[in-house]
Design a protein around this ligand. Sequence first.
Ligand code: SF4
Length: 167
Amino acid sequence: MTLLDQWDLKKEDFEYSFELKFKEGSDIANDFPPCVKEILSKIQEGQNIIHIERLFLVFFLHALNYPNDKIVDLFANLPDFDRKMTEYQVEFAKKKGYVPHSCATLKSFNLCKAKKYDDELCMGGFFSRKLEETKKIAHPLFYVQFKQFTRSKSQNQNEPKTEKTDS
Ligand code: SF4
């Protein structure tokens, strides 16, 4: 069973179905939630990150089927980067199939950055068509899935309709 299958089992009443996978050439990173953006920006700046940030980032990217080498490369900017060790740890996590931490867990570690980024979706939640009420984001993967869903929907709406011509 893949990580995404496990995620499918975990989500209770998910209603915004969208394929949620890394694709070569597409930049899914635009749809990452603030908690992930913050860790990536720290790495880019060459700041050290704590153990749980490392784990969360690896589990999160594995869940999106990021290739191992791309994950390892992301860590290359860290002051204590050790390629061999990172490769081993990234592969190990992939084999184990760990599920990324939930928003509640990230909040308990002070890793939720919704306020810092003033993120509308994280702060305000989303409207559940099933429950007919606003719900809070409970998992960072849901954030990506929701963003991708709404993006694809608005793209479809903006596409010019082709008119049928009589031939
Ligand atoms: S609400 Fe969840 S997805 Fe959003 S920043 Fe916080 S932990 Fe991440």
